[in-house]
Design a protein around this ligand. Structure first.
Ligand code: NAG
Length: 365
């Protein structure tokens, strides 16, 4: 019965090649996800309580307000109630509103906090470390084209470690200010934020309020931002963690304090923001108010990158694992067919014999 033999082998051959293809696809899929995981590395986040350490917190600001510089007052008040004329420490340049926010990805802030980028976006350690290497100067104000109807306020200033209040109000219409009266039609607190960050100034690090715009047709409008700041350490070398923690606890006197200026670790500050902005009656002070609180914790984000050899070992493991398991499954399948075939043979229904049972039978003949 040569015809029957041929048919049986064919059936089995088709089955096993389908199985081989399945195994190869599984291998490719698993190897692919392994390689993808290797590229991203594994990131761990840990929080630790920061006890009583207090050092000054630098605030970096770059904002364009749709009013003339001469009409604006910039103030800061810290937890102790100390009042700083922040306007004197920051630079104010006349500019044209329409010159800003072009060619950049600028997003609009809603009334609530929708539309703000999530924290997850800031958790790529390599992006953060890479961005921290870039230059640390505020860009120059471009030459004014168009009406000088806006004011760019920018620079860095020292704040208090615990909390603070930063406000931009109209001349003569801020707290503790009883100056000359400014015509209300000049009020326009529409603004574009290019940078609002805390700690060392790293222009390319993304913060929630960077590149945001808010406009209002109302002269009496109060923009309010509540920022919750979390000191954050980024590192791509998990072996540095104990040292980083020690330096963080004693940032001023620790002999290795420069570790946060290395290419493997930075210390910066992330923040979450909620905004509550609304129109106010004419008896209130319109303006831009930023209130910030610094959380008494430190977030440490460490990334481990496996190295090429480790990837190789994992790939070999995955592929050989799939092959071995695949072989077992095949054998069990084969054995199952055999048992089933024997049973059906015993019942005498030769017509439904499985492939290997048939083969076995032929072997006996
Ligand atoms: C303020 O300026 C912006 C941008 O030019 C404009 O869209 C808005 O209507 C102005 N608001 C007021 C109150 O003039």
């Amino acid at each position: 019965m040569p015809a029957k033999t041929k048919k049986t082998y064919l059936t089995q051959g088709r089955n096993s090649s389908a199985w081989t293809v399945t195994l190869i696809l599984t291998c490719i899929y698993l190897a692919w996800s392994e390689i993808a995981r290797w590229f991203t590395g594994t990131t761990t986040q840990t929080f630790s309580v920061e006890k009583g350490v207090s050092h000054d917190l630098q605030i970096n600001l770059d904002i364009v307000v749709a009013m003339r510089c001469a009409d604006l007052a910039v103030n800061m008040q810290d937890a102790a109630g100390d009042h700083t004329l922040a306007g004197e420490l920051l630079r104010k340049d006349a500019t044209s509103w329409s010159q800003w926010g072009k060619g950049k990805q600028i997003h609009k802030l809603g009334e609530g906090d929708d539309g703000l980028p999530g924290w997850e976006e800031m958790w790529d350690v390599h992006d953060q470390l890479g961005a921290a290497k870039k230059k640390k100067k505020f860009p120059k104000t471009p030459r004014v084209r168009g009406p000088p109807d806006a004011c760019r306020i920018f620079g860095s200033l020292d704040g208090n470690k615990v909390q603070g209040d930063f406000h931009i109000t109209a001349r003569g219409h801020g707290y503790r200010e009883f100056g000359e009266h400014l015509d209300h039609t000049a009020f326009n607190f529409s603004h574009q934020i290019t940078e609002l960050s805390f700690g060392p100034y790293y222009p390319s690090l993304t913060n929630p309020l960077d590149n945001t715009i808010a406009t209002t047709p109302s002269h009496f409008y109060k923009y309010q931002y509540y920022l919750s700041i979390v000191p954050t350490i980024y590192t791509d070398d998990a072996a540095l963690l104990p040292l980083l923690e020690a330096v963080n606890r004693n940032p001023v006197h620790h002999p290795a304090k420069s570790v946060f200026h290395s290419s493997h670790a930075i210390k910066t500050n992330q923040y979450a923001v909620t905004s509550q902005s609304h129109e106010v009656p004419e008896t209130y002070f319109p303006g831009i108010f930023v209130k910030f609180d610094i959380e008494p914790i430190t977030l440490t984000i460490a990334e481990e990158w496996g190295g090429f050899f480790r990837l190789l070992v994992r790939l070999v493991n995955v592929i050989s694992g799939v092959m071995v398991a695949g072989g077992w499954v095949w054998q069990i399948y084969d054995w199952g067919l055999e048992v089933w075939g024997r049973r059906s043979r015993r019942r005498g229904s030769l017509g439904v014999l499985g492939g290997s049972a048939q083969k076995e039978k032929m072997g006996y003949e």
